[in-house]
Design a protein around this ligand. Structure first.
Ligand code: PBG
Length: 325
């Protein structure tokens, strides 16, 4: 039935109509808020490239987590930048290490808030790579996977409600699942960063997490931005290995991948609106070039419409407040 019978504008003519026919609804229930933890006390070091975001000492991270929970955010994602860095990522495997301390302190202060722990080696290694580096500079996949499993177990024992490996080594989900199960942690879910791209949009994060690689880049383990079929292969592999949720990261430039992944798996799909996506909006808004609230809600709606069930975003507490207001 063509125009003039067909008039899509009929159900768009008032706020009440638009509200009723809206296909995608954002809810605070779907949001996860990342926190950057550093050593010390009473510290909030603003991250210059991420206006409004700070590196936090454990006591401040607890306050920030409480505020996020109060705003209606159901989960936080912990990144730690320990002072001691070595080739074996010892700080990440230490039960008294910075990440473990932050996880248990937040769990103790807000038991109802879910604490997800990012599992990687880059924040605790002196070379800043996500796996072990051989003498010739290549990444030793299989030994990295064993260390990653130890890190995941350490965080699960500290009280993490989920472990989220972000390293992109082959076989890490299987290794983590096996070790968690063997050590009595069968109930701890794995949120796999399954389709994580080698992205220019991680720049600000590397300042916040102090995790930039000392040499080379991450392209031998993170995915080529040109590939979508390969994302499906990664995701299906991780689900077969026992991933309870799979992630696509970054989010905005990869909406097609989010949609294809959503259609291919039965587990929840998480999308990560990364630091660069956050900073672009902040920088433009600070100059008065873009309306921050509108841009944030539009990007998150787009990510949800593409098929993301859950969204990790540095805007999470603010968005939760807007959605509740
Ligand atoms: C580390 C990790 C990175 C991010 C999350 N975990 C950076 C990287 O891989 O270099 C990026 C998050 C962001 O940019 O917000 N494995």
């Amino acid at each position: 039935m063509p125009f003039p019978q067909e008039r899509p504008r009929r159900t768009r003519q008032s706020a009440a109509w638009r509200r009723m026919v809206r296909e995608t609804r954002l809810t605070p229930d779907a949001l996860i808020y990342p926190l950057f933890v550093v050593p010390g006390r009473a510290l909030r070091n603003p991250v210059e490239s991420m206006p409004g975001i700070s590196q936090l000492s454990v006591d401040e991270a607890v306050k920030e987590a409480k505020a996020a929970a109060g705003a209606g955010v159901p989960a936080v994602l912990i990144f730690a930048a320990p002072a001691e860095k070595d080739a074996r990522a010892s700080a990440a495997r230490d039960p008294k290490g910075l990440a473990a301390q932050a996880i248990s302190a937040i769990k103790e202060a807000c038991p109802e808030l879910l604490v997800w722990a990012d599992v990687c080696l880059c924040g605790a290694t002196d070379h800043g790579h996500c796996g072990h580096v051989r003498a010739d500079g290549t990444i030793d996949n299989d030994s990295s996977v064993q260390t990653l499993a130890e890190v995941a177990l350490n965080y699960a024992r500290a009280g993490a409600d989920a472990v989220a490996p972000s390293d992109m080594m082959d076989g890490r989900v299987q290794a983590i699942r096996a070790l968690l199960d063997r050590e009595g942690r069968a109930a701890t879910p794995i949120v796999s960063y399954a389709a994580k791209y080698a992205s220019a949009f991680y720049g600000p994060f590397r300042e916040a997490a102090e995790s930039a690689p000392a040499f080379g880049d991450r392209r031998s383990y993170q995915m080529d931005p040109a590939n979508a079929r390969e994302a499906l292969r990664e995701v299906l592999t991780d689900v077969a290995e026992g991933a309870d949720m799979v992630m696509v990261k970054p989010a905005g430039p990869y909406l097609d991948v989010i949609r294809q992944v959503r259609d291919a798996v039965a587990v929840p799909v998480v999308a990560y609106q990364v630091s660069g996506e956050f900073s672009l909006i902040k920088a433009a808004a600070q100059r008065g070039w873009i309306d921050e609230r509108g841009a944030v809600l539009e990007t998150l709606t787009g990510i949800a419409r593409a098929g993301a069930d859950l969204i990790i975003s540095y805007f999470a507490p603010e968005v939760a407040r807007w959605l509740r207001a």
